[in-house]
Design a protein around this ligand. Sequence first.
Ligand code: ATP
Ligand code: MG
Length: 296
Amino acid sequence: MRAREERGMNMKERIRIAVQSKGRLNEDTMALLAESGIKVGVSKRTLLASARNFPVEVLFLRDDDIPQTVADGVADAGVVGLNELHEREADARIVKRLGFGGCRLSIAIPKEQPYSSVKDLEGRKIATSYPVILKKFLQEHGVHAEIHVITGSVEISTGIGLADAIFDIVSSGSTLVSNNLREVEIVLESEAVLIANKGLSAEKLAILDELVFRLDAVMAAADKKYVLMNAPRECLDAILAVLPGIKSPTVMPLAQEGWCSIHTVLDESCFWEIIGRLKAAGAEGILVLPIEKMIL
Ligand code: ATP
Ligand code: MG
């Protein structure tokens, strides 16, 4: 890998990344940074913490404040839910989707209510903590509804007669079920995203590029396994036919005459499907190892 200076990284410059201080995104964000070699000492939670081995400092904030803080340049980058970014309408650039914090923003109504289209919401009262996104959605569909903004426990609004429908975050849907609601419109599919200020200096952009390079390597490896197996040489073709989409697995001779070792990278999801077929084709001593990083 090229040295940092060579890639244009000024050793004195650093970037400040805004991260949720506590809540659903904090742990995954800090884990992703740590796997990227960016370790922040947070034994005693402070507002601002420097990484020991990378020119980054982490600013811990409520997620509501992250988009604006990045748009203003108080932080250079941030990790926040797409839902929060859209709601705050902050002028920041989405650098990368991060693959965690998945959820959706949906409209739900009492489950016994009939519903055929978004027009059925005309004149209705909808409770939400996301008025900006909801207003845009209704406008796009030419529907006039009353938006009632509440910050917590949106899901009980219909039950207590506060609203006819809700617009809220859904992940498994179990909260809806336990409140007698059903999801009728998915308005936004959300996940955590890395965002950046639009006016970063060349030096800061170089650091951000290095960070993204590392995130790519960690994320590419996330659902992959390194698989090794031994087999008699004459079984090789049958085994290679079972391995999906692999351009060129490594095949090495073993000390034992006529035997070889086959190494390859597999998606974890397909591994269980093909393990039986690998054994049937003659593979033995199959080892499955986690991959920490993958540079593509
Ligand atoms: P803060 O104190 O930082 O304002 P919060 O209470 O607003 O936190 P959390 O509940 O911690 O926010 O959720 C943070 C983000 O996690 C959400 O904005 C959303 O992008 C994502 N998320 C993923 N799954 C869920 C879920 N089931 N419920 C709520 N948020 C979820
Ligand atoms: Mg919040």
